[in-house]
Design a protein around this ligand. Structure first.
Ligand code: SF4
Ligand code: SF4
Length: 457
């Protein structure tokens, strides 16, 4: 056999192994667990050259501890899964990017990584934001992703730590049935806990000893990029945190802000100081995003060419939570513009490649300073206990759409008996993720979501 045929045979073997990994991930219903919810099998089946697989261990939202705990507790499992993903994508390198300050996670990873010559650790500074794929890819590879582009445009694939944990389980044939969530803020016993997908938020509150504030707001996700939720809402495959904020906490007011009132306020007080633009991490990366200009256009009703720039906003919130002296919210405005442009089917013409601004390093915001500004110091200082083991719940509500893409189609009817891990809804190959029973029990509803009652397993 000549060298050419040997190489072809080797490529074929590698492709087959790659397909096996990706098919297992698809069958397990893995989606990005860091919040985005993009179906992981689609992300990995790139059809393009991948140089670096980056594991996003930045966990830059204050108060969240899920990824740090997983890296500290399951380094061997995570690195084995990363090696499989590197192999499946044909990448040259796998990099676990985590903050230098995550001492336990770092020590655990360093103790194992020597067994994997194709993997390495990359230490990140403690600034906010850092988990944004554009910022992370630049920090790790030194390459910028073009504005509006994907990490693949810089030869990278980015996956979250818990996603990697789920990939590891998928390789053993185990579907995604559970989710790790940090429950913090004004609760008696802050915890990070693993619960079945579909668990009601009120169960998380009980596990954390309950809120100690009289009136409170519940925020799903991190304090900077979360969204308001309620006690009945179910945990999804992307729920990372639950933050309890007393109603008189300044951050609670931010979450209850009304856009129309905000616009009126902006018209009267936005002084075009540019602070929002000067601190915008995407702007500092060289993207043509100038939130002060968008604010000017919107408040004066101008059809400015700046408006499509809103599509480049990551909604990190630094402009309204930190930069603006009047607490105005360019982020909220950008969110609205993005929704309207998408509704109209607007397609941007493409933005030119970017170069980071020389001022960038001096404008980065240390997490500690942001925590102080947001009035979260007390919560950030409280230890967050890790509660290992299983939590039994008697009722789960499984949304048919657990992330990006289409909703899954129920495969079970009302009254059906299901076991934990059974496939209960599928996407039939479309962009989306299959869904599995997270507890054993009886199906009570399949309208818009699958409700299972039972538990105790
Ligand atoms: S920081 Fe606030 S006041 Fe200054 S330009 Fe931006 S929105 Fe206007
Ligand atoms: S939320 Fe504000 S600071 Fe963050 S990317 Fe958007 S405009 Fe920039």
């Amino acid at each position: 056999m000549g060298r050419g045929s040997v190489m072809a045979a080797f490529k074929e073997i590698r492709n087959t192994a790659g397909d096996f990994v990706i098919n297992r991930i698809a069958a397990a219903g893995v989606v990005g667990a860091g919040g985005g919810g993009f179906p992981t099998a689609f992300k990995l089946k790139t059809g393009r050259r991948v140089r670096t697989v980056i594991v996003n261990g930045a966990e830059c939202e204050p108060l969240l501890k899920v990824d740090q705990e997983l890296m500290a507790r399951y380094p061997a499992e995570l690195l084995a899964a990363l090696a499989a993903v590197v192999e499946a994508t044909g990448a040259d390198l796998g990099v676990v990017a985590l903050k230098e300050k995550y001492k336990e996670a770092r020590a655990a990873m360093e103790a194992v990584i020597g067994s994997y010559p194709g993997l390495k650790l990359h230490l990140l500074p403690d600034v906010y934001p850092m988990g944004d794929e554009h910022l992370l890819t630049y920090n790790v590879t030194g390459q910028t992703i073009p504005p509006g582009g994907l990490p693949l445009d810089a030869g990278a694939v980015v996956i979250n730590v818990e996603t990697l944990y789920n990939i590891r389980r998928a390789l053993e044939g185990l579907p995604v049935t559970h989710k790790y969530v940090s429950v913090t803020g004004a609760v008696r016993r802050p915890i990070t806990v693993k619960v079945p997908v579909g668990t009601p938020v009120e169960v998380l509150l009980e596990l954390a000893g309950g809120p100690y504030a009289e009136g409170y707001l519940l925020v799903e996700g991190g304090p900077c990029m979360g969204k308001v939720t309620g006690p009945d809402a179910p945990v999804s495959k992307t729920t990372k945190g639950l933050i309890v904020l007393p109603l008189d906490h300044p951050l609670a007011a931010v979450y209850q802000r009304d856009l129309n009132r905000g616009l009126k306020l902006a018209l009267s007080v936005c002084c075009q100081c540019r602070q929002c633009t000067d601190f915008c991490p995407r702007h500092l990366l060289g993207h043509p995003l100038e939130p002060h200009r968008i604010m000017r256009a919107v408040t004066y009703g101008l059809a400015d060419v700046a408006l499509p720039q809103a599509l480049l906003c990551s909604e990190c919130g630094l402009c309204d939570l930190y930069a603006c002296p009047f607490n105005l919210s360019p982020r909220q405005v950008n969110r609205r513009i993005k929704a309207e442009l998408r509704e109209k089917g607007f397609r941007p013409g493409g933005w030119a490649g970017s170069q980071p601004l020389p001022l960038r390093d001096g404008r980065r915001v240390p997490t500690g300073r942001l925590v102080e500004r947001l009035g979260l110091k007390e919560y950030a200082a409280s230890p967050v206990a890790f509660q290992g083991g299983e939590v039994n719940v008697s009722r789960v509500r499984l949304a048919l759409k657990q992330g990006a893409g289409v909703a899954a189609r129920p495969l079970v009817g009302v009254g059906a008996r299901v076991e934990r891990g059974d496939l209960v809804a599928r996407t039939d190959g479309g962009l989306g993720a299959d869904l599995h029973a997270s507890i054993g029990g009886v199906v009570r509803s399949v309208e818009g979501e699958i409700v299972i009652e039972g538990g105790g397993d």
